[in-house]
Design a binder for this molecule. Structure first.
Ligand code: SF4
Length: 295
């Protein structure tokens, strides 16, 4: 049975959020992924799909306000106007305090949700960025629908350091006990290929790392379609030293049913070894990897 999604149109005062500590800026301050994050939507309609099962945002009460993750979406209709309104001041702040004005879009929603076809909020923000660009823009997504704005990406790349992060957590199209992926693995790999062939810097993000059936084949393929790969385990990767935030979700049980060894952090290191063999100099690990440090 599919559950209805509550969609509301809202406006937001400040679409650019300064990254403090956590995923976008680690505690040492060394591997700052970005100076700001930007969410075109509040909520994520991929929340009822596989990635939503272990999604770190689902336990953020300030954001969900008790609503079920995946079942609500606030459409930020003035996102582009808000960006234009904030951009000069935030650029000054970022260059002074973070060295660079870089935007991560998005960390608590997906910029290419199916509802984007109807509302076009991400498109309007990208158009605003073509007029007033950041220094760097990272577009992070779980879906092959990322290729819908190739016309804008070509223009954006002229104006800023544009990067794509495509999440592909496993080579498995199914994980027993979990809902289907929002977008098939094969389609996401094809999207990477299309982006990279068009000359865009494309990174596959294997996070949180799920059991991989054929690591050699998987990373060989990623090496063909992406410039780099980042591998991250939910232990440490979820912001806790022992993965306790993820332990409260369905994810560990589903991982254990497929390959219990992959519950351990050591599994990440084994996978990184394989990745490095196929993609020498192009493999990032955890927070440093997200920040663009590849070895
Ligand atoms: S796309 Fe991202 S924000 Fe949305 S449910 Fe999946 S992991 Fe969470």
């Amino acid at each position: 049975m599919t559950h209805p999604i509550e969609i509301t149109e809202t406006s937001i005062k400040k679409i650019l959020t300064r990254a403090e500590q956590g995923f976008l800026r680690n505690k040492q301050g060394r591997a700052a992924v970005s100076s700001h994050s930007l969410q075109p939507y509040c909520g994520c309609t991929f929340g009822s799909s596989l990635c939503g099962a272990g999604c770190y945002v689902r336990s953020n009460f300030n954001l969900t306000k008790g609503r079920s993750w995946g079942r609500f979406l606030e459409v930020r209709t003035n996102a582009a106007e808000s960006y234009i309104h904030q951009v000069e001041a935030e650029r000054r702040w970022a260059r002074k305090h973070r060295g660079r004005f870089s935007i991560f879009c998005s960390s608590s929603t997906d910029p290419f949700l199916p509802q984007e076809t109807r509302f076009g909020i991400t498109r309007s923000v990208l158009e605003a960025m073509i007029k007033v660009p950041p220094d760097r823009l990272i577009l992070q997504t779980h879906t092959h629908l990322v290729t819908r704005y190739m016309d804008l990406y070509a223009m954006l790349r002229e104006k800023c350091d544009l990067r794509f992060h495509i999440s592909i957590e496993t080579d498995r199209e199914e994980m027993p006990g979990l809902p289907p992926h929002a977008s098939p693995v094969a389609r996401r790999l094809e999207a990477c290929d299309e982006l990279r062939t068009a000359g865009h810097f494309t990174v596959v993000v294997v996070a949180p790392l799920l059991p991989i059936d054929d690591p050699e084949r998987f990373f060989r393929r990623i090496g063909e379609v992406a410039d780099a790969v980042v591998v991250d385990h939910y232990i440490i990767g979820d912001g806790t030293s022992d993965g306790r935030r993820t332990a409260k979700t369905e994810l560990p049980k589903a991982i254990a049913a497929v390959n219990p060894i992959s519950l351990e952090l050591a599994y990440r290191d084994r996978i990184v070894e394989v990745a490095r063999r196929h993609m020498p100099g192009r493999v990032g690990v955890s927070a440093d990897g997200f920040a663009g440090f590849y070895e």
